[in-house]
Design a protein around this ligand. Sequence first.
Ligand SMILES: Nc1ncnc2c1ncn2[C@@H]1O[C@H](COP(=O)(O)OP(=O)(O)OP(=O)(O)O)[C@@H](O)[C@H]1O
Ligand SMILES: [Mg+2]
Length: 251
Amino acid sequence: MSIIFKDVHKAFGSKKVLRGIDLEVKTGEVLFIIGTSGVGKSVTIKHIIGLLKPDAGEILLDGEPIHNLKERDYFPVRKRCGMVFQSSTLFDSLTVVENVILPLRKHKKLKGTKAEKEAMALLEKVGMTHYAHRYPAALGDGMRKRVAIARTLTMDPEYILFDEPTTGLDPVSARRVDKLIRTMSDQTGATSIVVSHDLESIFSIADRIAMVYQGIIHMVGTPDEFRHSDNAVVQQFINGCSEGEMETPGF
Ligand SMILES: Nc1ncnc2c1ncn2[C@@H]1O[C@H](COP(=O)(O)OP(=O)(O)OP(=O)(O)O)[C@@H](O)[C@H]1O
Ligand SMILES: [Mg+2]
């Protein structure tokens, strides 16, 4: 099982964002996609669930091309690849547990207490049972993120795509979310793709890191390989230096 990007290109108007992305995501790993703001990280992962289509190149899910499906054929792909979006997408008019029950009813056809039991079990996984009957507006960002993760888990996804799961969270909530991503991946065997520029997350939970720069995967490797890389652009990014070789559009 794997997700493979082969020479994927994507432009918006005259702006070439992806210029030949080659990447293999391996089963069970926690792969981080890193890079500066606006480099194309979110654009890259949106291709997996068909929110964007490449101008050229291929994307394979377990060997099957998924880059040119019809809209309705993306439904099974989205069931297998759950996405936790950058900003919270919970329903404010529903309680936490109702937010999790909804997809269980809709997609898994679970009813009544069965749906509620499963929802509570998922909330337990993300440490949110105490808040099950609160409304999202009464929770902090980190808690809302954990509920969003529980909701994604309702579909038993094989792949979970996280777009900046810790951005905007306080350090304690951020580390809790990191821990959750890691244990979930270890316990369920789900493959996680995490878009992030949170260096602490990257170096504490990534199995591998892929760095996007100038439209391609500039480097892919383990955290240790990144730490010891003598590539100037990689070092500049992981040390957070404003001065260096890296070209930042807009500056
Ligand atoms: N639907 C779209 N239409 C036009 N341009 C887009 C669209 N989506 C993304 N872009 C552009 O593509 C570039 C890459 O965007 P993307 O959202 O992937 O950046 P990112 O690496 O995720 O950055 P950040 O870390 O700030 O989230 C940006 O210049 C953005 O403006
Ligand atoms: Mg983004």
